[in-house]
Design a protein around this ligand. Structure first.
Ligand code: C5P
Length: 230
């Protein structure tokens, strides 16, 4: 094992340019303060990730997934993760609502991009381009690419979810460097996005776990069934 994440594990393969990403059943929130095992979560998130990466690939976005190996494992390009998380928001929610005292659900005129430092030790603080460059987290051109690409990805995924009666409220995207290229990396799951039922506003993402709104396993199973990727 190369790396043990909060909900995923990364394994080496015989090929130094490839890794195996394994989705586990672990759910965490508030930087690991709250945690639980959610039966079937690894399989569901692996299936959703596979489906969504195919969706963004169709829009010409390069990503790290090479193949699905099993119900919970993806073969991926080995990348060096850029330690900057890109959050795109279509409506105010979560930390944005709190930081600026904007009611959750307030629609934003156009999707906006925020950058956060990927650091458990620092609790993922908000950062701007100048500070990220000064700290050596990314080059300025990389940040420009990350922000522009994230808007394309977000638009593609918003259209996909809208087709299933679901609104993509916000999401976090991560990227990796691989042989001179920047690839969309990590996962695309309801762990790292807010998804609301377009009609009822019901939360269909990890906020169900963070805020004790119901059974996360049932929520994720229903979500997977809705997109027909089971
Ligand atoms: O908490 P906040 O409102 O900043 O989160 C914005 C979006 O980014 C949410 O969809 C959340 O699930 C995701 N996120 C994440 N990992 C983090 C922080 C936020 O996936 N470390």
């Amino acid at each position: 094992m190369l790396y043990q994440g909060k909900s995923k594990q990364v394994f080496e393969t015989d090929d130094p340019r490839r890794v195996v990403l394994r989705f586990t059943d672990r759910a965490t929130a508030f930087n690991g303060v709250k945690e639980a095992q959610i039966g079937d979560k690894g399989r569901i998130n692996c299936a959703i990730t596979t489906r969504l990466f195919a969706e963004v690939a169709a829009r010409g976005v390069q990503h790290h997934v090479v193949d699905q190996l099993s119900a919970t494992e993806l073969l991926c390009e080995r990348v060096e993760i850029v330690p900057v998380e890109v959050v795109v928001r279509s409506r105010a929610a979560g930390s944005f609502s709190k930081r600026y005292a904007v009611a959750e659900g307030t629609r934003l005129d156009q999707p906006l991009v925020e950058l956060f430092v990927k650091s458990d030790a620092l609790n993922d603080p908000l950062i701007n381009d100048d500070a990220a460059v000064a700290l050596g987290l990314a080059r300025r051109w990389e940040l420009a690419f990350l922000k522009e690409t994230s808007l394309v990805v977000h638009q593609a995924l918003a259209a996909f979810w809208a087709g299933h009666g679901i609104e993509l409220v916000d999401a976090k995207y991560e990227y990796g460097r691989a042989e001179g290229r920047l690839l969309l990396a990590d996962e695309l799951t309801p762990d790292g996005a807010r998804l609301w039922d377009a009609k009822t506003g019901e939360k269909l993402d990890k906020d169900v776990f963070r805020r004790d709104l119901g059974d996360l396993g049932d929520t994720y199973r229903a979500l997977l069934a809705r997109i027909g990727a089971a």
